[in-house]
Ligand binder design. Sequence first.
Ligand SMILES: [Zn+2]
Length: 336
Amino acid sequence: VLFVRAVVINERGEAVCSNAVAAPVAAAGEVIVRPTYMLVSTPDRELVRSRGAAVAAAGQVLGHQFVGVVEEASQGGAYGAKLLGKRVVGSITVACGVCDLCKGGLSHHCRVRTVVGLRGRSGCFAEKLAIPAANLLAVPEGVEDARAVFAYAISSAAHVSAAFRVEGKPYISVLGDGLMGLLSVQVMARLNARVRLLGKHEKKLLMCERWGIKHRLVGEVGRRLDQDVIVDCTGSATGLVDALGMVRPRGKVVLKRGPVDVGASAKESAGWLGGLVEREVELIGSRCGSLSEGLALLKDRLVQVEGLVARTVGLEDVPGVLMRERGEGGEVAVRT
Ligand SMILES: [Zn+2]
């Protein structure tokens, strides 16, 4: 058996960097990618910090946002062969292709899907990654690794615009100045100038200033029930409370991330849901989008990612990064 270096979950549910992880073997339709540049992201942290989920995922390699080079394509069919030696990015959901949802065109919601690095499938914080060729797209020339690594996140941000129609000039507020907020607000601002970011960190708001995008500190904004759409990228229960305090009656709230720190009592939750009913607010969940759309936005420089990465680490530093609180400094990138 060949071994590779990878960040893997051990039997105690801890993330560790090991030099003795069995090298992935390509199944039918899969190719072997050598990841070169990756991002540590919130779902990676959530998996490691949720003890139960981490123990259940023992043996799994972490990580799902990557740029890499296809090194071996003997199992990858004609398309895999075309990708051999190329720089690629990947979508992370691997669908079965035969369940009712797959057959109905909803393969992102496949009933038995696995997800690279997150659900039943090893990820990219490793020297080698096995992934279906069909999940990969070649990175266009001129899109360097440090930008291409954001393709997946940008495709998810772009998917927000599929959740509602932008008609006329609606007032849209994007809540949260983490990665998803900073990408979503750029995508939305291209569709409509009345878009603003509401955040908590001056440094992040300064990035919006540079991009020519309106921004405010969330604490300084009145709860006036006057926004047509709120895109909540905070992943916190208070984000949803803020959203419901700002959205107009019959308006829409798009949740980009499930509230992960719900500390609210059932009584409090019932209060928000009462407001949702009273004002007939539409609550919409939004997940992944089309990777080709994300790559196109990067290629045409329609979304800026310069300055989003605060520091770059090696694989051996990833377990520590996963366990630390996310700072306001920015994203952590990983180089093999
Ligand atoms: Zn399926």
